[in-house]
Structure formats: C-alpha cells, structure tokens
Write a protein that binds this ligand. Structure first.
Ligand SMILES: Nc1ncnc2c1ncn2[C@@H]1O[C@H](COP(=O)(O)OP(=O)(O)OP(=O)(O)O)[C@@H](O)[C@H]1O
Ligand SMILES: [Mg+2]
Length: 374
C-alpha cells in the first residue's frame, strides 16, 4: 500500500453508507478493512483505538500496530482534549453526527481529521465500541485562509479575553468594595472592644465583640459568593441541584424586583457528571441576560427529567427579542452569551430551542437524552 501523502488534502475514503449494515462495530470494521483505501479505526467508549486500518495509521505516520492501543485523548493536539471528550460523550449517547478533531502525527505534524461515525446498531452494552471512518480535512501546519468557522472562533476567543478582563475587574472591585469595608469595620469594632476591656466596661466590650463577629460573618459570606462565582466548588461537594438552588437565591437577593422561581424535578444521580458544570454555566449566562435585557418581573429556572430527557428551561415574562434574528443573523453582531450557550449545548450533544416574542417574554430550553433509569 502506498504511504499516505501529505500533498493530497483529502483521503479517498468510502462513505460509511457504503458499508452494509453490520451486526456490530467490530464486524463493520472487518468489512471496512477489506477495502484498501479506507481510513478507519475502531475505538472503545474511552476513545482507545482497538483496531486501525493501514491508511488511518499512515495518515498520522504510524504503523498499524503502533497506532492500536493509543487513545484519541493521547493523540489529540493541544487545545483539543475537551472536543475529544465531547465527541466521546456524543458517541456514547448514540449520536452519529460527523465531527472534526485535530490529532498529532508521529512527527508532530497536526492533522485535522473528519471522523464519520458508523451508526452502531447492535451493541448497546456498557462497553460500546465505535467505528470511525477518517477523512483528513487538511494539514494544519500550512498557512491557509481562515474559514468562516475559524474566523468566528477567533472572534469568540477575543470576546472571551474581553470577558476575562471584565471578570478580573469585577473580582477586584468585589474585593475592594465588598470585602475591604467589612474587614475595616471588623478591625474598628475589635479595637473598640479591646479599649472597653481595658477600661473595665465589660458590657460595651461584649457588644462590640458581637458586632465584630457579625462583620466577620459577612466577610465569610462575601468570600463564599466571590469564590462560588469563580468556580462553583459546591458542584463537586454538594451537587448541581443545591448549587442551582443557591444561585437562584443569591440572584433573587441581588434583584429583589424579580420574582425568581426554581423548580428542580430530577434526581441528582440522573444528571450526567459531564453536564453539570455546563448546565450551571448555561443558567448563569441565561439569567445574566434576563437580568440585563428582559426587564422581567418574573422568571424561573426549571430542570426536570421527562421521558428519558433532561430538560433545562429558563423563562421570563420580559420584553422578549427577535431570537431567530440574533441566533441566525450575523454572528459578529451578537454578544457572546447566547453563542456560548448554543456551543455548550451543541458540544454536549443537546438541543437548544429559544422561543421569544417581542413583549411576550423568552423561554430558552435545552434538552439532552438520558440513559433509561436502571
Ligand atoms: N431574556 C432576554 N430578554 C430579552 N432580550 C434578550 C434576552 N436574552 C438575550 N436577549 C437579546 O439577545 C441579545 C444577545 O444576547 P447575548 O447574551 O448573546 O449577548 P449580550 O447579552 O448582548 O452580550 P454578552 O452576553 O456578551 O455580555 C441581547 O443583546 C439581547 O438583545
Ligand atoms: Mg448576554
């Protein structure tokens, strides 16, 4: 077999539909292996390569036996691990949509490869295998003009930097304006208590010490608020449901004019671990929009399991907006919020629906398939 040539940007691969419906991913692989020009790998649920055709191996400069045993995570180029994790999650939930991954070849050459999953018809066990047909998109080390998608990614990367700067200044002002005065007050009352104790005025000293303790309690809760905003550690310690409850209570306190409901109708253990942080970030982003743009007097956050689906819904009775125009219009004209919500949902194999009409509020719904409860 001739070695894979880097001059040819597209490898001739049989589209997956060419393969007769096999009984399993493994049987499909054996069938594909019989075709000389197909680049394909068989992977397990963790992304480890169990079998590979010679064309797939030579695409990355490996021999077949060298490629087998490696995992997509090990082969992933810098910055692509999250995409690989997402892709494996999607495969695990029987999503057969093709996806692109950038892998590192043996020589360090980066290759952007389209991976076309062969729908897995029979293997429904826990140890599920997947057949992926590979098509190289292009060599990534060459200078090529940016595609629309890449240009959009760049725009988002810059927008993210802006957001990071915003967040830093918010943290700085939280520390300076929120914690600073509380600590100064605590110090003032502690010094006052010491002076009263020296003067023998026990009653005043006690009162001042009690005030000191109250201010220190405020410092702790302010610190808690700031750290949770940075990274909700309660997601790991307590779970998603208590974290959402806490978030809604906190949001309601900051916006007393908004009546915010929180309706959680799913068991914590039914929510896939990889979804928890994503769901929390989606709620944060959507609620930020409710607070900033909607002018709503009522809103609710609903997370529920319904017929093997996990449904997240954030709705408000505010001014509404032209959702289709914003989501499908010129991406340069929209903020980063809705875009990041859409990416998070898409990246985790979910579906997004935004229903909004001017003057009649907004409902943002995300749905993910769940494995049937055992
Ligand atoms: N709940 C809502 N009610 C009314 N309008 C909304 C709502 N959510 C979004 N919008 C509209 O959609 C636009 C895009 O929202 P998006 O979150 O993408 O960007 P942004 O909030 O303007 O900026 P960023 O999120 O980057 O700070 C908003 O500017 C606003 O006009
Ligand atoms: Mg926003």
């Amino acid at each position: 077999m001739p070695p894979y040539s880097t001059d040819s940007p597209v490898l001739t691969a049989a589209p997956p539909d060419d393969v007769a419906h096999p009984q399993s991913a493994h049987a499909a692989f054996i069938e594909v292996r019989g075709k000389n020009d197909v680049a394909a790998v068989l992977i397990n649920a963790q992304g480890q390569i169990l079998e590979a055709t010679e064309v797939a191996a030579s695409m990355l400069g490996y021999s077949m036996s060298d490629l087998v045993g490696r995992s997509l995570q090990d082969l992933g180029a810098t910055g692509w691990r999250w995409s690989i994790t997402n892709a494996l999650m999607r495969l695990g939930s029987a999503c057969a949509k093709p996806f692109n991954l950038q892998l590192l070849g043996r020589s360090g050459r980066r290759a952007l490869i389209e991976m076309i999953p062969r729908p897995n018809l029979r293997e429904r066990g826990v140890d599920r295998h997947h057949l992926l047909v590979w098509r190289e998109q292009r060599t990534c080390d060459r200078q090529v003009p940016l595609s629309a998608g890449e240009a959009e990614l760049r725009r988002l990367a810059f927008a993210l930097l802006d957001t990071q700067d915003d967040q830093r200044s918010r943290i700085a002002s939280d520390l300076h304006d929120g914690i600073g005065p509380l600590v100064i007050a605590a110090k003032f009352f502690a010094e006052g208590a010491a002076a009263r104790l020296n003067g023998g005025d026990m009653q005043q000293a006690t009162t001042m010490l009690e005030t000191t303790v109250a201010r220190l309690r405020d410092v702790l809760s302010e610190l808690h608020r700031i750290t949770v905003q940075l990274r909700p550690s309660s997601l790991n310690d307590l779970g998603l449901l208590p974290t959402i409850t806490w978030y809604c209570r906190d949001f309601g306190q900051l916006k007393p004019q908004l009546k915010l409901g929180c309706d959680l109708r799913v068991a914590e253990e039914r929510i896939p671990a990889e979804l928890k942080l994503q769901i929390f970030r989606i709620i944060e982003e959507a609620m930020r929009n409710v607070g900033t743009h909607s002018g709503a007097t009522e809103a609710s956050v609903i997370l529920a399991e319904d017929r093997h689906e996990l449904e997240l819904r954030i709705e408000d009775n505010g001014c509404g907006f032209d959702a289709a125009g914003v989501l499908e219009g010129d991406p340069g004209g929209m903020g980063i919020g809705l875009h990041s919500i859409a990416k998070r949902i898409d990246g985790t194999g979910g579906r997004l629906e935004v229903c909004s009409h001017r003057g009649r509020g907004t409902a943002l719904t995300a749905r993910w398939s769940l494995q049937p409860a055992s």
